[in-house]
Design a protein around this ligand. Structure first.
Ligand SMILES: [Zn+2]
Ligand SMILES: [Zn+2]
Length: 349
């Protein structure tokens, strides 16, 4: 089958000879992928900032239809459209029951592979024609008929992640929120904050195109160099809720500076450093609450009426249908933060 492999730092290869996955357990499903997302967090292993098993098929966001189902799968049948969230989850362990599907005791992340344990096979990712989904009943989410592939793909990670980030930050109606970093997760955080009625929302990014998209959603916007001035005009005592969606220390430092005393800093970007951008003394002096962690997408979506969400798909999905053959070039351009590229979806037609 056709798909991508990550073969080394900044080495994405398109291949048309990848082995097709097969049902390995009765609880597996094989999904024929119609769209696979390219995510900001795919850049961490690509750029060598996060360990991964080289040779793996990357990608942890996919939408498609069930191509085959194991004998114990009860909720999904061949042909059904499904969202593949970025981790598998059993639905019954303590973490799953507590609504933390991303920390399922049996959970695995698509498209990485543990580089420290070569004996454990990597769970291949979604940037290929077919993907094997273990624990399918507890992992997959059905797609309502009317939902486009682009919108469904945002539900596989970025929108529920943004929603989780702002809820973790304490967002609620009429409460100001600041979001630092306007990649897809940051823009989805802005959208989610406005959706829950929070406001005003301040959105910060150095890329003008991304600020323009946040403004379209209804946010106040600022370049990082002017963020504290603009923030002071909106909330001269700082923000009670701040989301760090940058994954970099300067962005996190700015996010912390925007926080008011007693505020909540929600770190949603995957960290790639061994320390915070602020000290314990800084946190103490602001009576700050720090929350962090991967969004439990399956649990979050379980609380939504997916039929009734209106996602800002057109504002965020800049490249809805990039042939998978262009994967190596798209990774390079996305990593270079080329103007006008926010969310890229690979297609397999
Ligand atoms: Zn993602
Ligand atoms: Zn579980």
């Amino acid at each position: 089958m056709r798909g991508l492999t990550l073969d080394g730092v900044e080495m994405i290869t398109f291949r048309d000879d990848l082995p097709e996955p097969t049902i390995e357990a009765d609880t597996d499903v094989i999904v024929r992928v119609s769209r696979a997302g390219l995510c900001g967090s795919d850049l961490h292993p690509y750029l060598g900032r996060e360990p991964v098993r080289f040779g793996v098929i990357p990608g942890h966001e996919a939408v498609g239809s069930v191509a085959a189902a194991g004998g114990e799968v009860e909720r999904f049948a061949v042909g059904q459209r499904v969202i593949v969230p970025f981790t598998t989850s059993c639905g019954t362990c303590d973490a799953c029951v507590r609504g933390l599907s991303a920390r399922c005791e049996r959970g695995e992340l698509f498209g990485y592979g543990d580089p420290t344990n070569a004996s454990r096979p990597a769970l291949q990712g979604g940037q290929a024609e077919l993907v094997r989904v273990p624990l399918a009943d507890g992992t997959l989410i059905g797609v309502p008929d009317g939902l486009s592939d682009s919108a469904a793909l945002l539900l596989a990670d970025n929108f529920p992640t943004g929603w989780y980030a702002v809820k973790q930050a304490g967002a609620r109606p009429d409460r100001p929120v600041a979001v630092v970093g306007l990649g897809s997760v940051g823009l989805n955080s802005v959208a989610a904050a406005l959706m829950v009625g929070a406001g005003p929302v301040l959105a910060v990014d150095p890329v003008a195109d991304r600020r323009g998209r946040a403004a379209q959603l209804g946010a106040h916007v600022a370049d990082p160099s002017a963020a504290e001035i603009v923030a002071g005009e909106i909330m001269n005592i700082g923000f009670p809720s701040v989301v760090d969606a940058t994954g970099a220390l300067p962005g996190q430092a700015l996010a912390f500076r925007l926080l008011q005393a007693g505020g909540i800093l929600s770190i949603i970007a995957v960290p790639t450093t061994d320390r915070f951008a602020f000290t314990p003394v800084d946190a103490y002096d602001k009576n700050a609450t720090i929350v962090a962690g991967r969004a439990p997408v399956r649990s979050v979506l379980g609380r939504f009426d997916i039929d009734r969400i209106t996602l800002p798909t057109d504002v965020i999905v800049t490249h809805p249908q990039v042939p998978i053959e262009h994967g190596p070039d798209m990774y390079r351009r996305f990593a270079a933060r080329e103007e006008g590229i926010v969310k890229v979806l690979f297609s397999f037609a």
